[in-house]
Design a protein around this ligand. Sequence first.
Ligand SMILES: *Cc1c(COP(=O)(O)O)cnc(C)c1O
Length: 380
Amino acid sequence: MVDLKGQYAAIKNEVDASIQEIIDNTSFVNGPKVHEFQKNLENYLGVKHVIPCANGTDALQIAMMGLGLEQGDEVITADFTFAATVEVIALLKLTPVLVDVDPETFNIDIDAVKKAITPKTKAIVPVHLFGQCANMEALMQLAKEHNLYVIEDNAQGIGANYTYSDGTKVKSGTIGHVASTSFFPSKNLGCYGDGGAIFTNDDDLAHTIRGIVNHGMYVRYHHDVVGVNSRLDSIQAAVLDAKLPKLDSYNNARRNAARQYNAAFKGIEKVTTPKTVNGCDGICDTCDCHVFHQYTLKVEHVDRDALVKHLNDNGIPCGVYYPIPLHAQKAYQDSRYNEADFTVTNQLVKQVISLPMHTELDDDQIKFITKTVKDFIANN
Ligand SMILES: *Cc1c(COP(=O)(O)O)cnc(C)c1O
């Protein structure tokens, strides 16, 4: 699914030197490299504050703690996402409210969000699933009307642009009140271990969060709030700082692979290629609206699980993200949910299949993968 070894080979000298420097100066935790990376990421994103932390799940949790969300507050998020998103809501004793997604973009459905808002609702967590922003303009408008916070789960979308209806472009993760991201190795900007970060343009919130990540300390050994220990270590920051200047070219390589996949599947009725809000297939050279964390097809009138097996039998890895809706997971069931409100997610879990997507895919690999998929579909 990913080729981290191939990617490393191309940047080995820089990464090795950068890691060696950390070892030589033993600044393993909170060293100057963490600060350097933080500043460089702030510049890249055009956001006032980046607060590095230990992983993307922590980042989400800390964002919610920073906003002061309290037990019983309802937080609306998508039914079709990785469990981390809903997990932290539940861990903080907030009440997760899962809603359906859009069948074309897989992102949180705006009408479903509207329907789910109650007087107890305090926040919405859109997930920029597979590398494309949710409909942030509509969400921010809704949030304004109902006085809600918007927390972007940007673990899959780093580097993607979001274009407002007036044409203004901003980076994903800089639109809501706060955003989280993950630097897990397979993410679009991945380190060689765990890592994450929180983004915000709000000075006060940034200050609060900087304390929370460090045991609730604002002055050494004075603990004003209950915090956590969540740090990005310097070696990971060194890897990330070496890779950040290449993020756009990495995302372009992903888009280029997506372009080839799309072309190969064109006209095949049983296969739906990923759709973008801009209608540009996400791969025009100007908008950069999709960074293809995953390249996800929907298949209809095809036995999806048999297709997975066929690809695996031919040595092609593939993934089903996600096979079970969150509302159907044991940990997140809630008697208030109604199956009729999750028709899209319930269908997507049976239809989606994600093909290998990374920065090192070459033409021959893509040809082999697409041919193997097409042969199966033609014969089944
Ligand atoms: C990966 C991911 C996370 C969690 O990130 P970790 O660094 O693994 O904790 C959260 N949300 C989404 C949507 C993700 O894809």
